[in-house]
Design a protein around this ligand. Structure first.
Ligand code: FAD
Length: 455
């Protein structure tokens, strides 16, 4: 039996960050993973999808699918093999002084974790603090006939070496729209079905409209406001499956890709043995779910991103070691890597009002900014949401080619509660996307304080 200061279950973005934070502070750490150290971001999600999106954006300039698949395999350490190699992640933990266990973890009691190893043996690992970082899995709903069609999830869609001739993507969130764009740009006949009238429906309305425009331009057939009600699976490999829609009619594809959200699988890891009831768990404001047990990463929410997982990993360790810190989720940036990119941070104006903020929104059309003219942009926007009483930003949204970078100025402003009047007096380089914020800050200052921007 081994005893550690921290036992981290799951070595994705959250678990790795927690392990590193603890090791940097001189603590002993065991990290357990039953699949790939590095988790989904490195192998089945962010890294391969962004690599393929980059390739797809260059496809019309001669970037072939073969080159895209090779580059993606390089990114996920899968060159000349079928399954990715995670040894660099294992080595990083071990060379920092951590101990790794490759096996399935089950919590046996307070501070006690049983790890079922590949050879069938079980090792008991003990720790003062348990950190649960078990991530999420694709949610595959019980739609009649869907299982028979052997649908792909993000895992197969981002790791395939062969493209299907045609595909039906179920789900119009970030994962669905990014996969649809890659497939369509590489010539796959692609349909996307989304139950809401708008893609990216949790985002700014203009962002959803922009996503629809981008995908239509990519050649994707959009079926919005429609649900898949039944699948007629084809018996023959290579033939198309038919997906019946709640709005009538059907769409068909050789592959069905499910991008309908995530499940968390926390019911089977033994949390009842530390007094936690099964079900979808919510950690407290300090990420705790029981004494000396922290929940971080995707299952902890509030948003499912690598950067949130990473942030929580470091914080959980600091809190466990008694530091007076707690997560602050006001300024979580989100980015969808279509071309142009779509990004946002904080609240939209309706969310801000619903949470009691006296909010006002200011919007600029990106296509009419200097940067937009220069890039011949046909659409796009920048928007800020301002708390009128406090005179600070509470949200922002951008559709522009470099939106994922430009969103970090409002992210910093929200994080640091920078007064709008300070933002309005800064200098932005001309002609950049960020410079278009100048006009919005000036409008806000004029509206809030009745004065022109300070010289
Ligand atoms: C297609 C796609 C694209 C994405 N793109 C982005 C992006 O561009 N940017 C971004 O910020 N986010 C992106 N995300 C989200 C991001 O991938 C996740 O939020 C992030 O990977 C979550 O990290 P995690 O550590 O919580 O979980 P994971 O990375 O899933 O790690 C959990 C680990 O726990 C292990 N595990 C589970 N149960 C056990 C057990 N009982 N015993 C031992 N080990 C166990 C698993 O094997 C896994 O390695 C994307 C998601 C998808 C699906």
């Amino acid at each position: 039996m081994d005893r550690f200061d921290f036992v981290v279950i799951g070595a994705g973005a959250a678990g790795e960050a927690a392990a590193n934070a603890a090791l940097e502070r001189g603590r002993s750490v065991a990290v357990v993973d039953c699949d790939l150290f590095g988790g989904s971001c490195a192998f089945w999600a962010c890294m391969p999808s962004k690599s393929l999106l980059h390739a797809a954006s260059e496809h019309s300039h001669g970037y072939s699918w073969q080159r895209a698949a090779d580059r993606r395999d390089y990114m996920i350490n899968r060159e000349r093999r079928d399954y990715p190699d995670d040894s660099s992640h294992v080595k990083a933990i071990e060379s920092a002084g951590g101990k790794t266990f490759c096996g399935l973890a089950h919590i046996a009691g307070p501070g006690e974790v049983d790890v079922r190893m590949a050879d069938g043996s079980t090792v008991r690992v003990s720790g003062r603090t348990l950190i649960v970082a078990t991530g999420s899995q694709p949610l595959v709903p019980p739609i009649e006939g869907l299982a028979e069609a052997r649908p792909w999830t993000n895992r197969e869609a981002t790791s395939t070496r062969e493209l299907p001739r045609s595909a039906v993507i179920l789900g119009g969130g970030a994962t669905g729209v990014e996969i649809a764009s890659v497939f369509a740009r590489f010539g796959v006949e692609t349909a996307l079905v989304h139950s809401h009238d708008r893609l990216l429906d949790k985002d700014h309305a203009r962002s959803g409209e922009a996503a629809a425009r981008i995908l239509r331009d990519d050649g994707v057939e959009l079926r919005l406001g429609a649900r898949a009600t039944r699948v007629r699976a084809s018996a023959d490999e290579g033939d198309e499956h038919q997906v019946e829609l709640s709005t009538g009619g059907y769409v068909s594809g050789e592959r069905i890709v499910v991008a309908l959200g995530r499940s968390f699988g926390l019911d089977s890891i033994g949390l009842e043995n530390v007094g936690v009831q099964p079900g979808r768990l919510k950690p407290d404001g300090r990420l705790r779910i029981a004494d000396d047990v922290y929940l971080i990463g995707d299952p902890a929410g509030p948003e499912l991103f690598t950067h949130v997982s990473h942030y929580q990993g470091g914080l959980a360790v600091r809190m466990a070691l008694g530091e007076d810190v707690a997560p602050d989720y006001r300024a979580i940036p989100r980015a969808v890597f279509l071309a142009p990119e779509i990004a946002s941070v904080g609240l939209d104006v309706d969310q801000a009002k619903a949470s009691g903020v006296d909010a006002l929104e200011f919007v600029a059309d990106f296509a009419t900014t200097a940067r937009g003219y220069e890039l011949e942009a046909q659409f796009g926007h920048l928007a800020i949401v301002v708390d009128q009483r406090a005179g600070v930003l509470v949200g922002a949204s951008i559709v522009a080619p470099d939106a994922s970078a430009a969103i970090h100025e409002p992210t910093l402003a929200i994080h640091a509660r920078t007064p709008i009047i300070t933002l309005a007096s800064m200098i932005h380089a001309f002609p950049t996307t960020s410079r278009a914020f100048d006009g919005l800050y000036a409008q806000a200052v004029s509206k809030l304080y009745g004065v022109a921007v300070p010289a």
